[in-house]
Design a protein. Structure first.
Lengths: 200, 87
């Protein structure tokens, strides 16, 4: 299932379709993240708050490295999920990248240590139309090699969202990522039931 | 590179919006009291931004409490002045 279209947001519950089964996002994916391999989470931007909550849960267990490729890391959401406990928040390290070249540089400079990693919105900067598709592919393959290097020490999760503007290269990039990932989870947001009309 | 975090004003507006359903369920007089509380918290947004607290709503609650305590202090002073004048 390679459709990269944004489903309707504001869902009641996030669910994840993997191998034709539905289940909640963090339960399986982030439990595996603490073991080995890296898992790809593909879905709408509204799943981001669920991922941030799961990062706080990982922070309760030990150190977590977050690499943010799309400015998706909202500290307030994580702090709320961690109930403001500084010992949990201190275990979470955040690095941000604002171009696809910076994403590669960030992954290159990240040492392979025994703590899980989470890459938020990896493909966001790769959707930049001022970068050639061939160059994007080259950078992405280099990024994947570093993700494979990092996964040998501890597992990780990589999230991707569809582009804000339809981009034909997005599917190609997603296919490259999918083929490299240990497992892929496609997250869909349940469409909310129509609300009854209000009198005032 | 742009903001990496929402500002205190944005967070305040999000929190206020999150309580919209709660406000809607209150009776009218209580809605006005709740609006007053949020107005008092709004007066200290600059301080809340400077505090950079991990849980901004705690700072907003403290701002509400601060304004309430200022009101208590002002009323206490008025009562003391009134008693001293009467005696």
């Amino acid at each position: 299932m390679n459709t990269l279209t944004e489903p309707k947001a504001g869902g009641i519950g996030d669910s994840c379709r993997r191998n034709s089964r539905w289940r909640l996002v963090p339960r399986g994916c982030f439990a595996k993240a603490a073991s080995a391999g890296w898992i790809l989470l593909a879905g709408p931007r509204s799943m981001n708050s669920t991922i941030l909550t799961a990062i706080a849960r990982l922070g309760e267990r030990g150190a977590v490295r977050v690499m943010d490729g799309g400015n998706r890391f909202n500290v307030y959401t994580v702090a709320r999920a961690a109930h403001g406990r500084p010992e949990v928040l201190n275990r979470i390290t955040v690095s941000r990248a604002f171009t696809c070249y910076q994403v590669l540089s960030l992954l290159e400079s990240t040492p392979a240590i025994q703590s899980p990693f989470v890459v938020l919105d990896l493909l966001n900067t790769f959707y930049d139309q001022s970068v050639q598709v061939g160059e994007c592919k080259r950078l992405l393959r280099a990024c994947i090699s570093h993700l494979n290097r990092l996964e040998q020490a501890a597992g990780g999760v990589v999230s991707v969202h569809p582009p804000a503007v339809p981009n034909p290269a997005a599917l190609v990039l997603l296919d490259i990522l999918q083929s490299a990932a240990m497992d892929t989870c496609h997250v869909q947001i349940a469409t909310p039931a129509p609300e009854p009309m209000r009198l005032f | 590179m742009g903001r990496t975090l929402p500002s205190a004003t944005q967070v305040f507006m999000q929190e206020e919006a999150a309580f919209a359903r709660f406000r809607r369920a209150l009776r009218r007089s209580d809605q006005l009291a709740l609006d007053d509380l949020f107005t008092s918290a709004r007066q200290h947004l600059a301080a809340a931004q400077y505090a950079s607290h991990a849980l901004p709503f705690e700072v907003f609650l403290l701002s509400m409490l601060l304004e309430e305590h200022k009101e208590v202090m002002r009323m206490r002073q008025q009562i003391e002045e009134y008693i001293s004048r009467e005696l």
